[in-house]
Design a binder for this molecule. Sequence first.
Ligand SMILES: *Cc1c(COP(=O)(O)O)cnc(C)c1O
Length: 383
Amino acid sequence: MHHASDHVKADFRSDTLTQPTDEMFKIMQQASRGDDVYGEDDCVRSLEAHVAKLAGHEAGLFCASGTMTNQLAFRASLLVPPASILCDSRSHVFRHEAGGLAAHSHLTVYPVKPVSNQGHHLTVQDLEQEFVDSEFVVDDGDVHMAPTRMISLENTLDGTVMPLQDVQAIAAFAREKGVLLHLDGARIWNAVVAQGCELAEYTRLFDSASLCLSKGIGAPIGSVLVGNKALIQKARHFRKMFGGGWRQAGGLAAAAEWCIEHVWPTMTQTHALAKDLAEGLEQELPGATVYTAVETNMVFLDVNGSGIQLSELSRHLKTKGIEIGNRAAPDSQTQVRLVLHWQITRAHVDEFLEVVQGLAAQAKRTGPQIKSDQPRKRVYGSR
Ligand SMILES: *Cc1c(COP(=O)(O)O)cnc(C)c1O
């Protein structure tokens, strides 16, 4: 049988593009076939219990997407307006969830710019500053205000890791101020591997955490929300209200379990490959920049000043079966996010670098390239 994506050998656009393997379909065939809305599917219940245990929480809820597990966490934790939430100004929950914070939970968002630490990650200093600047709204009975009830953190964010000790400091701050703490842990698995700690060391610091299984973990579909029993029960109720109750989801849960066991341990190699790709790119493409620290599975590349066009690179890679983020990009675009995952091998990275080498040699023959000094908006995006 032919599939639309069969010609793609290596897809660097996102770690969501991992494809279910024959082995996963075999596992799915053997999975339980109960109705999860009835709470009767064994594989779903077992995945929820397993992830909750790994994360050091009482209960878990397997859902269709990370957007859903984030949004359910807010809705189920906060219940009623008026309220506000603080989060990193770059965060997915604020920028990439279709305004869900306002729509589902009636929340006013105070996006906080990470300024300490060269903007690498949000720190307790950044939050304390918000407290001083009164973006952090104290619940003192002032009827004009929407009291801050929650802080949401994202880890990893653009592939960078929030160090455990900084998260610990924020957790202490949140407790002291009496606000809840949520983790958008779409890629917390990567952060754990990079930090070299246990998953629960991070996730236990939060009242709720959303963990995606369809990104670096490589599962076909799904995310798990973890928290205490009362929260998960509430979230289950709201999930039904949102139309997200699903029926025979056992196959998906079984595939996700397989991925936690088999794919997660390969993440160290994926991170090493990302570093090698970044180093290779800087070596083969003088003038280009890798503009964000490569700490996990993402490489942000700007080809400006290297003499090659991104559109050209992407066309040449495509002939080798390698996809990157912006095949259809206008020639003026120079930045791209490259995302590595378990289905990208050293051979793919070598092939990628060979294409780059060929183009760079060609560019060298056509003369030096002046770096454009036009100010650019950095391309990010945590989809
Ligand atoms: C992908 C992602 C999500 C959720 O995405 P879904 O596509 O809804 O599963 C949430 N947060 C971050 C940081 C993400 O990268």
